[in-house]
Write a protein that binds this ligand. Sequence first.
Ligand SMILES: *[C@@H]1O[C@H](CO)[C@@H](O)[C@H](O)[C@H]1NC(C)=O
Ligand SMILES: *[C@@H]1O[C@H](CO)[C@@H](O)[C@H](O)[C@H]1NC(C)=O
Length: 373
Amino acid sequence: MILFFISSISFAKQSKINGWKMNVIDRCWRLNSEWRRHQSQLATCSVGYAGKMVNNIGKDIIHYKVTDSSDDPINPKPNTLRYGTSIIQGKVWITFQKDMLITLEKPLLISSFTTIDGRGVNVQIANNACLMIFKATNIIIHGIRVHHCKPQAPGIVMGPEGKVIPLGHVDGDAIRLVTASKIWIDHNTFYNCQDGLLDVTRGSTNVTISNNWFKNQDKVMLLGHDDGYVRDQNMKVTVVYNHFGPNCNQRMPRIRHGYAHVANNLYQGWLQYAIGGSMEPSLKSEANLFIAPTIGNKEVTWRKSSNKNGDRWNFHSIGDNFENGASFAVTKGRDMQKPNYSKEQKFKVVNAKFVRSLTRSSGVLRYNRNFVN
Ligand SMILES: *[C@@H]1O[C@H](CO)[C@@H](O)[C@H](O)[C@H]1NC(C)=O
Ligand SMILES: *[C@@H]1O[C@H](CO)[C@@H](O)[C@H](O)[C@H]1NC(C)=O
């Protein structure tokens, strides 16, 4: 019934099917009932600091289907996920043949120009090692569930570009970025990991984290791993249309050194705080919905003083909505930093009263025949 209308009604009306507003990323591909045949359209839909992921598509793209859920960290077998992310070079677009639970023996290192696309099936990476992007660029991670990630002892693994490399101890994060750039993480569901869910570290930048669902976690998202790593001053991250909660405690995100534009996200409570930072971080919090917890801290922000002369953090809130007594301590006497997006990165931030609707389908999407719910 809905499919019949899609080709004939206007774009504006399409985006309000079923009476809810679709966000600008989703509107770009989900209304196309033929999305399975036009998979790479997704790459043109990103916004924010990652820009458009057009380097991941084109005539020279390699389509790779995972049919085998097993894992060998040193000699990956053809048809496994690790073979696709490490051995295959160039632009690789990875899909999955069927629903799959993949338990990785060691962290999965992802090569540049790789897309992991879990649309249409239920892909879970869980119960041991998880994902790592190390010195790589142009990567899309879309539509997978990553949970119950555990720390990993040092060891050797098949790295990007098909070379075996030694890896030190790795904390139990769902996805860890180390010196990574132009990374888009969209519509994934992350929960219950031993360390954090998403870490952006060591000179990583140009990252967009959109439409994800983060739940059941103490430390959710870290932008800038350590106080001493000043190169993270150049870190730029967009956090948009995500759903945080229930049962998230802190770091949504916690920012060190760099800059985050956090817009149109839904915060379903927290325990310690929602957004925090140290080492002169800058934040533009824009048109989010912060619903304070019934018990616990009502204040959204947390900051750690980084020098004796006083705090140098720069936190601003524009158009945020606060429910249940939530409050936001803004930095006084300093100008808000604008994101300065290019034309490709720019998007219209919507009024916070629409955030529930814009984030309604955050996390892995459910697939109902052709129409994506
Ligand atoms: C980040 O993106 C900007 C363009 O928006 C570009 O000038 C810069 O070189 C990129 N940084 C890295 C480390 O790729
Ligand atoms: C955007 O540009 C202004 C003016 O040049 C600058 O002060 C500000 O720091 C820039 N914002 C970011 C996030 O770099």
